[in-house]
Design a binder for this molecule. Structure first.
Ligand code: AMP
Ligand code: GLY
Length: 431
């Protein structure tokens, strides 16, 4: 079949690589993709949020499956757009409907869903401008640190964590009255702080059944030791050493199963990937957030470990025929290191020639933000530029391979974290 993948980052390059491996895939198109993805498909300059243009392309190129990488087209209703069209309704669009995508699109919706379905999460309340004073009173009932979340999509930047009560009240006021975070902050969720270590869990669901994908940990801050501002992700590791069989059993029983049951009971049309961000609090999982898509840079370590045919699995999900057999997963460890532009996540320049890519032999290179210049050389074209993923029998070996690859590549201002995975080594020593 012909497949169209929407998106342009490292996540989509990792998905494209796996999709292209499938014997079920004839032509793979990636819109808009990036310069590095030409090795697995044809990139096309389409805006994923322009549904008319996407629909027209699908008709013209006889596409049978559309895989949606990022959240924006899903929250914007691409699944509903296809379902409503006589010409497009049989195209398998992999992702949730607009209503189901509210699990990511609205933090208040997601928290209410968790409460209704008995899914462990931090205690919370949502406030609007009219109820700002109640919000300030609610903050007084909580212990610091205080967690304030803009309700809507804010590109991963809508969460503020503060230690000082007065500062928290002031930030609440700025979010509700001064549009800090724009319309995304018209409603603010205030919640209890969860103290633990984070893990990203992924499932492919047909709205009733589910398959658990490998779990991963990502590294969000720019600096070593988790210092500095948040980024789109600086590296990732899968599997996660502290997520042993016992913990994953709890995740499946306490979190995944009731989530999918809730989706089914509430008649949400969800046929795609669900990303559950969890906090491990003393061995028990609590949901921090749902995302209606795969994670980035987690996909860069999760997808390389999947040995089952992902196109077949996505097709089964769309047809609501997912079975309970487990996916085939490579037991090795995958570790990824993200190379970014100097200055990122604040301002940075692009267009620098990338040297040394041809020397990489021990890692898979996923392009996150590259372009080709008029000499046909790869140049930087984003904050996050390249992701190096390596597989090995142990976490230290996988990390070593990715770091050795990182050393071979350079451009002006290239930066990467040097401590990916280091916090996990202690769990490997556990008896
Ligand atoms: P979110 O956008 O909901 O994923 O939040 C962004 C980040 O803020 C998360 O990845 C966590 O590191 C942190 N965070 C969010 N909610 C909480 C919470 N209730 N307790 C502690 N940390 C949190
Ligand atoms: N890595 C976190 C995300 O994709 O939202």
């Amino acid at each position: 079949m012909n497949i169209l993948l929407l998106g342009s980052g490292g996540r989509e390059h990792a998905m494209a690589t796996k999709i292209a491996e499938s014997t079920l895939c004839d032509q793979l198109y990636i819109a808009p993709g990036n310069a590095g993805m030409n090795d697995c498909g044809t990139t096309v300059p389409l805006d994923a949020n322009n549904f008319d243009a996407v629909g027209q392309f699908v008709v013209n190129h006889e596409i049978q499956m559309v895989v949606v990488g990022p959240e924006a087209p899903l929250v914007g209703g691409i699944v509903d757009y296809f379902a409503r069209s006589a010409q497009l309704k049989d195209v398998m669009v992999i992702g949730p409907s607009k209503a189901a995508a509210q699990l990511e699109g609205s933090k208040e919706f997601a928290k209410d869903f968790m409460l209704r379905n008995g899914i462990p999460t931090a205690r919370y309340k949502a406030f609007r401008r009219e109820t700002m004073n109640e919000g300030a009173n609610f903050l007084e009932t909580l212990k610091p640190p205080y967690v304030l979340k803009a309700d809507g999509l804010a590109g991963g930047k809508g969460v503020v964590i503060l230690n000082d009560l007065n500062e928290a009240k002031q930030t609440l006021a700025e979010m509700l009255t001064k549009k800090k975070f724009g319309n995304a902050g018209k409603t603010v969720v205030i919640e209890e702080y969860l103290n633990g270590i984070e893990i990203s869990v992924f499932v492919l669901t047909d709205g009733k059944h589910f398959k658990v994908l490998p779990a991963a940990k990502d590294y969000k801050r720019i600096g070593d030791g988790d210092m500095g501002p948040n980024t789109g992700g600086m590296g990732s590791v899968s599997p996660v050493p502290f997520a042993d069989k016992e913990f994953m059993k709890k995740v499946e029983h306490d979190i995944i199963a009731p989530t999918i049951k809730g989706i089914h009971r509430e008649k949400l049309d969800y046929r795609g990937f669900l990303f559950i961000g969890l906090m491990n609090v003393e061995g028990n999982p609590y949901v921090i957030e749902y995302n209606c898509r795969m994670g980035d840079p987690e996909t860069e370590v999760v997808f390389p470990r999947i040995q089952s045919d992902i196109v077949e699995q996505m097709g089964l999900a769309w047809h609501q025929h997912l079975t309970h057999t487990a996916l085939d997963i490579n037991p090795q460890t995958a570790a990824s290191v993200m190379l970014v532009s100097g200055g990122y996540p604040e301002s940075y320049k692009t267009g620098f020639t990338i040297e040394g890519l041809e020397k990489i032999t021990d890692s898979t290179v996923f392009h996150a933000g590259t372009a080709l210049n008029d000499k046909g050389e790869y140049v930087t074209n984003g904050g996050r530029v390249l992701c190096f993923t390596s597989l090995a029998n142990t976490l230290p070996e996988a990390l070593l391979k990715s770091y050795q690859s990182a050393k071979l590549v350079s451009w002006r201002g290239c930066y990467y974290r040097k401590d990916i995975g280091q916090d996990l080594l202690k769990y490997l020593m556990k008896p």
